[in-house]
Ligand binder design. Structure first.
Ligand code: PAF
Length: 285
């Protein structure tokens, strides 16, 4: 595996590749990231992973400074997984000057859910992803990038970005990887104490319960859903969580379902804080 830090060195490392496949990450890699890489590898003629903790997508009070940085261990994992090129830019490589030009996603999508609770988050994500895409794919006929469904709304924002800028990049979706007990793998799980780790399972359980109750009320979903969502939030809050949202939405636009929308077209999404750790998860319904 070649490790490069600058865009120039990355382009040099990829000069013979015609259609690279790419997995962007913020590092602290776990089995979820490695599954994305395994999915990406056969989709291109050179596999690229990036590690970059992107300041632009963190709010001032969020965990940019404490975000786990485990570069040596990440390199070993990527090497073992057969990654061809690791792009690990320093901040000055990717943002040599303040980033005044930004990619602002459609507010109808990006201001909902995560965007409501983390204003500007998707502008930060879309901006860095555009820069990473230009670094990896510029001059290539075609490429593929793989994003996890765990960040469901992020995946939709990136699909919109690629579509609206007509980028020659296929976006593949990776299934969420879960621990044996069902908790979605996330770099932020490492913030959890032992007791919190056991409790964390309640988030996917709450999503499953909301999905089940919503399907049972499918005949009157638009009327019944607000009460079901409130009950789901209250159940988590009663256990000591601070829920941001637990909600059932349409997969196409993440708006509330209308009558007629049913199984196969829906997704339950949740975000809640447990102690100092904010967890997100979702399940397609
Ligand atoms: O999902 C992530 O890890 C990040 O949001 C991404 C896509 C690497 C952009 O910083």
């Amino acid at each position: 595996m070649r490790i490069v830090h600058t865009i120039a060195d990355l382009r040099q490392a990829l000069r013979a590749a015609e259609h690279p496949s790419f997995v962007p990450t913020m590092g602290n890699l776990h089995a979820g990231h490695l599954a994305l890489l395994a999915q990406a590898k056969p989709l291109g003629d050179a596999s690229v992973a990036s590690i970059f903790v992107n300041r632009l997508q963190f709010l001032p009070h969020e965990d940019f400074d404490s975000y786990p940085r485990t570069f040596e261990a990440d390199c070993a994992r990527l090497r073992d997984a057969g990654c061809d090129v690791l792009f690990a830019p320093r901040e000055a490589d990717l943002y040599p000057e303040p980033q005044h030009f930004k990619v602002v996603p459609d507010p109808q999508l990006a201001d909902l859910l995560e965007g409501e609770f983390r204003p500007g988050f998707f502008t930060g994500v879309a901006t860095v992803v555009m820069k990473l895409f230009m670094a990896v794919f510029a001059g290539k006929v075609q490429g593929t990038a793989v994003f996890g469904k765990k960040d469901y709304q992020q995946l939709m924002v990136i699909r919109g970005l690629v579509r609206q800028f007509a980028l020659p990049i296929d976006i593949a979706a990776g299934e969420t990887q879960r621990a044996e007990d069902g908790l979605a793998l996330s770099s932020r799980n490492r913030y959890l104490s032992e007791a919190e780790r056991a409790e964390a399972l309640q988030l996917p359980l709450a999503l499953r319960t909301l999905a089940r109750d919503a399907l049972a009320a499918a005949h009157a979903l638009p009327d019944r859903l607000p009460a079901l969502e409130a009950a789901a939030r209250q159940a988590l809050a009663a256990r000591g969580w601070q829920p941001d949202y637990l909600t059932l939405r349409r997969r196409t636009d993440l708006l509330p379902p209308q009558s007629g929308d049913g199984a196969g077209a829906l997704v339950v999404l949740g975000a809640a804080r447990l102690g100092g750790t904010r967890l997100i998860d979702n399940l397609e319904v």
